[in-house]
Design a protein around this ligand. Sequence first.
Ligand SMILES: [Zn+2]
Length: 141
Amino acid sequence: MTPDGLERATSFHGHRGSFLIVGLRMGALILKELGTDGQWPLKIRCFAARPPVSCFVDGLQLSTGCTLGKGNISTEDRDRCEAKAELEDENGIRSITVELRDEVRKRIESSFGQCEEVKKEVEEYLLIAPDEELFQVAREV
Ligand SMILES: [Zn+2]
């Protein structure tokens, strides 16, 4: 993720935060796994708890180009931090489910209410941690 991308996301979303970064990372992973630049013909369903967890949905929209306005992203109110992406192209339909690992979610949530330094530390970790460490991925053909 470029510093520019994070800045753009922060200004769109209204504040920089851990779950926003989670969404940016999640979207980048989805594009990489499905081998697409995003936008059409990608479709995403998000399973998201309320804020602050659901902040990831904004990061996901920015990083994948799937937007509420275009109708190719939707959210369902569930206590999760998960996205299911589906891509249909000349090679058929491929789909992938990406979920934030429980231990990472707990680490983020335990940083809330603590000092700025602790929150920053978690954000820095989320920016550089390997995908496998942050997310659980399930592929369907
Ligand atoms: Zn937020």
